[in-house]
Structure formats: C-alpha cells, structure tokens
Design a protein around this ligand. Structure first.
Ligand code: SF4
Ligand code: MG
Length: 336
C-alpha cells in the first residue's frame, strides 16, 4: 500500500564523442511500499542506467534529459546536494552483482558495518553499532557473528559475501532497495537461498525493491510486477502473472521461450531470440524490436507504437495490440 517511488516518462542520454545514445527513452512505473518490481532486459537495454538515475548515481556523460522521479512525494531531480546525500545514505540502498563494489577488502566486515551505521547516525555509540551490526549479520543468515565481524571480505565465500553486502545495504533501514543482478554470479542453490532471504527481509521491513535482472526465473521467484525493457524502451509492463501467463509483446514472448527452466528435467530446447541487439547510436526509427520481430509490419519500421492497455495495470507497446484494439472497437465488443 502507498506509493513510494514514481517514475514518469524518464529519458536518459549519454553524450558520447560518437553521438547521443538514448539509453532510456521514456520509462514510467511506480513502486509501492512492500512491493518488488522487476526490470528485465538484455544487457544494454538500459535497465541499470534507469535504476542508477533514480538514485542520482548516473555517471558522466550520462544525463537525465526529461521526465520526473518522485520519492515519497518529493522531486528527486530537484534535490540539493545535501538532500541527495541524505536520500542515498538514509532512504535508498543499492546492492550489486559484485559485492566487492560495496565492500572494502582492507577493512573487516564488522568495521565496515559499524562505519556505515555511524555515517548514518552520528550519535550511535560504538557498542550499539556493533550490536546492531551483529544482529544484521544474523538476520541475513550468517552464523558465528562475533568471529565473522573480525574477518575480512576475502574470508567469506561468494554466497556469504553476497549476504554481507545485503546486510550492508539494509543496515540503515532503507525504504527502497535497488538490486542490480545481485544473484547472477552465484550458483543456482545459493541464488535460491539469497532470493529467499531477500523475500523474507522484504516482508519484515516492508521496503520497496527494484530488482534488475536478465533472468525471468528470478523474476518469477521474487517480483510482484515486471517492466520489460528493450533498447531503452519499456515494451511491456504488468503484474508478474500476466507477464508469464499472458505475455503481450513479441519480445516478452521471445524472452519466455528462451528462458531456462528451473525444472530442467524436460529437455526442451531453448529458443534464442534471433538477430542482434540494437545499435544504440543508430536505433531504428519505429519499434526498436522490429529488426528481430517475426511479426514486423510496415508501420513498425516507421513509428514507435503507443501503449495499449491489455488488462489491469498491464500495458504493452506493439502495433499488433493497436490493431487488436481497433478491431475490438470496430466490432463493438469492447472487452478483451
Ligand atoms: Fe513486432 Fe511491430 Fe510489435 Fe514491434 S510493433 S514488436 S515490430 S509487431
Ligand atoms: Mg547492468
């Protein structure tokens, strides 16, 4: 319940010597408290750029050139430097595929957790901070916390390091957690454990999560709703069940077909999506998926399709769906 984050028609470009790359071309979505939203797409689809923009971590030459980002009713793009520091330190946290982007190899894990807490709450005593740090490590499923506090990141296994990073991300109780492929580098069993852990923590804390991944299996596991991105555009968005059982966009259908099944007993062959991803310096004029789409029509090459409502909170940008809609209006059935 309640809107935590709202992104409206966000545009992000990278101004490179070779020209402007429209990395994100008009994305809109919202995340409520206690909700997990998945952003799915291939690498280069703009899914990380989109998320980094939300927390002001976009690196030069990237720039937000249009749209709005509202967090708890406040305009994030208008934040002063101090407001941004407070936002990043106290309200949002980010976790990554590689925990070493967050953990410093030369300090003990305990030290880093305590420092993170002290940066957040200057009046906290060292003892209280240490206590909170240990509680956090326990919460993410790490045993022997007293000993673990004194160890360095390299003394943890990959999965345990990921847990430490999650502890680090959550120790200041963010309202929004952005997770960028946090389980991609882990083996399947550990991946499942980490996802389970995140679901659990999410229920306890009621935070909102944006989960960025190229893996639809992970989405099915953890997300309430999904935003599918292709070449910087949002091509489909909807509740997770609609995306899986009633996909509307040919790209989403292709993604589902190419998805490795967790119950890999069936030796079904995966069907990769043919063709190469879009050259973002010279994107196609119309639908970005047109060069790879088996349904492409003339209009697809000329104009980006508008969003069509497929169902409740479910929309898709594809000319086929525009046709369906016109068809329905003509026959006057009105219903989907
Ligand atoms: Fe395919 Fe056209 Fe739909 Fe794009 S708009 S996905 S090219 S049918
Ligand atoms: Mg990425």
């Amino acid at each position: 319940g309640g809107k935590l984050l709202e992104v409206k028609d966000l545009h992000v470009s990278f101004f490179t010597p070779a020209g402007e790359v429209k990395a994100v071309g008009g994305i809109s979505y919202s995340v409520n408290y206690g909700e997990v939203m998945g952003i799915v797409g291939e690498s280069g689809s703009g899914k990380s750029v989109e998320a980094y923009s939300v927390i002001g971590l976009l690196q030069s030459p990237g720039k937000v050139i249009g749209g709005s980002i509202t967090f708890e009713g406040e305009d994030v793009l208008a934040f002063t430097k101090d407001q941004m520091t407070d936002f990043r330190g106290n309200k949002v946290a980010m976790i990554f595929q590689n925990p070493m982007t967050c953990l410093n190899p030369v300090y003990t894990v305990g030290n880093q957790l305590i420092e993170a807490l002290k940066a957040h709450d200057k009046s906290i005593s060292k003892e209280d901070a240490a206590k909170r740090a240990m509680e956090m490590l326990e919460l993410v499923g790490i045993n022997n916390v007293e000993k673990r506090m004194k160890q360095y990141p390299h003394e943890f296994s990959g999965g345990m390091r990921q847990r430490v990073m999650i502890a680090m991300g959550l120790i200041c109780h963010p309202k929004l957690l952005i997770a960028d492929e946090p389980t991609t580098a882990l083996d399947v069993t550990i991946q499942a454990q980490i996802l389970e852990l995140m679901k659990d923590l999410q229920k306890k804390t009621h935070m909102g999560i944006i989960f960025i991944t190229h893996n639809l299996g992970v989405v099915a596991e953890i997300c309430d709703k999904v935003c599918v991105m292709y070449a910087g555009k949002m091509v489909e968005q909807g509740p997770v069940d609609d995306i899986f059982y009633n996909p509307s966009h040919p790209y989403t259908v292709g993604l589902l077909r190419s998805m490795p099944r967790v119950d890999a007993e069936s030796h079904e062959r995966l069907i990769p999506i043919e063709g190469t991803p879009v050259d973002m310096l010279n994107p196609p004029e119309g639908c970005p998926f047109a060069p790879r789409c088996e349904h492409a029509m003339k209009i697809c090459l000329k104009k980006m399709p508008p969003y069509v409502e497929i169902g409740k909170d479910h929309r898709s940008a594809c000319w086929l769906r525009v046709q369906d809609q016109l068809e329905r209006e003509k026959t006057g059935t009105g219903e989907v």
